[in-house]
Design a protein around this ligand. Sequence first.
Ligand code: 5RP
Length: 232
Amino acid sequence: MNIEALKRQAAARALEEVRDGMKLGLGTGSTAKHFVDLLGEKVRAGLNVVGVPTSEATRIQAEQCGVPLTTLDEVDRLDLTVDGADEIDSALNLIKGGGGALLREKIVAAASDRMIVIADDSKWVDVLGRFPLPVELVPFGLAATRRAMAGAFAETGNSGQMVLRKDKDGHAFVTDGGHWIVDAQLGRISDAPRLAGLLTSIPGVAEHGLFIGLASLAVLAGSQGIRVIERR
Ligand SMILES: O=C(CO)[C@H](O)[C@H](O)COP(=O)(O)O
């Protein structure tokens, strides 16, 4: 089975968790795109939900699919967020931000009672870090922020190159929030929860792609079928 079919299977399984009347966080990326597409089919068939998109790309897609949208200013809490991930470990800690939407994704996930992460099973890892860790930065003071990040890496026994993400024209990639992204090539991240805390405390870091303790369920689709893993 091809990888898009696996992503769609994971999205379809997550859709089974959606109930009428729910307020939903809508993730970003190619896997979340399948979820929004399938959700749109249900909405057109009469399901009553409202969504908060985690990126401009998802907002546009959801509008095209007919999914009614709201904002976190208009609703208090969300019932459920469904989103993809770049890596998932056995504690359901995640690396996210490969698509550059990590800041809004984390705000939405943190405002949700539950987060379900959907993926093909290639995203499942023993240790986070083979996928470069995205860190979203305020452009002002970039070099100082990078030095502080290097300090946080050293303090947690991590090291690696930091690469400013570029767009297809070779300019700095700009997020929906107007920030830049540095991808940190750490290989194997030691003590991800502590590193997450240290990165959060650096002025100039708008957000980082370590999602610790946010996902409550993972739906992984592979050639052997679907695995549903609950956070212990
Ligand atoms: O974090 C993300 C976007 O910021 C995505 O969820 C992550 O990159 C996974 O994307 P895909 O489903 O396309 O593999």
